[in-house]
Design a protein around this ligand. Structure first.
Ligand code: MG
Length: 130
């Protein structure tokens, strides 16, 4: 399966870094899209098919947690794989994101951490039982 990936981060350089890491991860990538906040990300997801979202938390307009809440409430998009990529260290917040079925990796990350997070998500190891 080739993935369409959406990188969501308010920092343009960080988006480029994440996109590059995705490219080096060994995952089969079809297309990579970028968005600068949650509103842009939802808009992008309603105009093209996205398999995997790499999501920053701290962003203007709509942050990552608000975005994830809206995504999970949208029946057309709710099953999308999401990995939060953040410097976030608040454990309650990380737990809330995982309860919404998201993977979590700390910035900066190595490409293999991304691959592992995707594999864990696809194996159903994230969310639910935590
Ligand atoms: Mg940010």
């Amino acid at each position: 399966m080739a993935f369409n990936v959406l990188v969501v981060d308010d920092n343009r350089m960080m988006r480029s870094m994440v996109a590059r890491a995705v490219g080096m991860s060994g995952l089969s990538i079809s297309k990579t899209y970028e968005a600068g906040d949650g509103v842009q990300a939802l808009k992008a997801m309603r105009s093209q098919w996205i398999d995997l979202v790499l999501l920053d938390i701290n962003m203007p307009v709509m942050n990552g947690e608000e975005f994830l809440t809206q995504l999970r409430a949208d029946t057309a998009l709710s099953k999308t794989l999401v990995i939060v990529v953040s410097t976030e260290s608040s454990q309650p917040r990380i737990t809330r994101l995982k309860e919404m079925g998201a993977g979590f990796i700390h910035k900066p990350f190595r490409p293999e951490e991304l691959v592992n997070a995707v594999n864990d998500l696809m194996a159903g190891k994230v969310g639910g039982d935590k």
